[in-house]
Design a protein around this ligand. Structure first.
Ligand SMILES: [Zn+2]
Ligand SMILES: [Zn+2]
Length: 219
């Protein structure tokens, strides 16, 4: 077997950690830890997908708030980003055409019918059920684990983005102080990291602020 070259250390193709004796014996390409992580990520992907899908389908953009700078929160880009993942061409297709189809081919199975773009259960169940095989026998497993990791991160960012209030940078008004504090509309108290001045909610509302909109496009 190619993995256990006499002088080369056999490593997990995904995380590059040296493989344990048992893993080498099993002829694995990816280590148990990477397999476990992918399994957890697939389960999480399934849950997040469903929450985002519901959110997208059944809630109106209701939390348009006026910030200290008067900027209105625009829900549209986030909704579009969610749709890009839960709609046609989204996560389900990425999992199927990007991973499942190749696994089936390698296993000598016929291609499965194209999944509906909301069939996240089907897509993740297939991969979970065959993950052990892939980590042991599928030489391109590292790319697929990377894809799963990437999708997991994307959905997580979307989900947190939906929930966490917009952030602002507030500028300390201390004389000659250029301290900055990251706050949201709900921050009740903040301390300037530069001069130590304490601000309560009312004080914060009176500070000059700037809208941090760079994270609106996190995807
Ligand atoms: Zn690994
Ligand atoms: Zn300060």
């Amino acid at each position: 077997m190619t993995l256990a070259d006499a002088d080369a250390i056999a490593r997990c193709l995904a995380c590059r950690a040296p493989l344990w004796a048992g893993e080498i014996q099993a002829g694995r390409w990816a280590c148990y830890r990477c397999e476990d992580r992918a399994r957890e990520q697939l389960a999480a992907i399934c849950g997040m997908f469903k929450r985002l899908d519901t959110l997208d389908g059944h809630t109106k953009p209701q939390n348009a708030v006026c910030g200290p700078t008067g900027t209105r929160e625009a829900p549209t880009p986030v909704r579009l980003a969610v749709l890009a993942q839960t709609g046609p061409g989204g996560v389900v297709q990425q999992l199927q055409s990007g991973i499942e189809d190749s696994w089936r081919k390698t296993l000598g199975w016929k291609p499965g019918p194209t999944r509906h773009h909301a069939d996240i259960d089907g897509a993740t169940t297939f991969l979970t059920n065959n993950l052990l095989w892939a980590c042991e026998r599928y030489p391109d497993i590292a790319d697929d684990l990377q894809t799963i990791h990437h999708i997991h991160t994307t959905l997580k960012n979307l989900e947190t983005g939906e929930r966490s209030p917009k952030k602002f940078t507030a500028y300390c008004r201390g004389v000659d102080c250029d301290g900055q504090m990251r706050i949201t509309l709900y921050t009740g108290h903040a301390t300037c990291p530069a001069c130590g001045t304490d601000y309560d909610k009312n004080d914060l509302a009176g500070l000059a602020t700037e809208y941090d909109d760079h994270e609106a496009t996190a995807a």
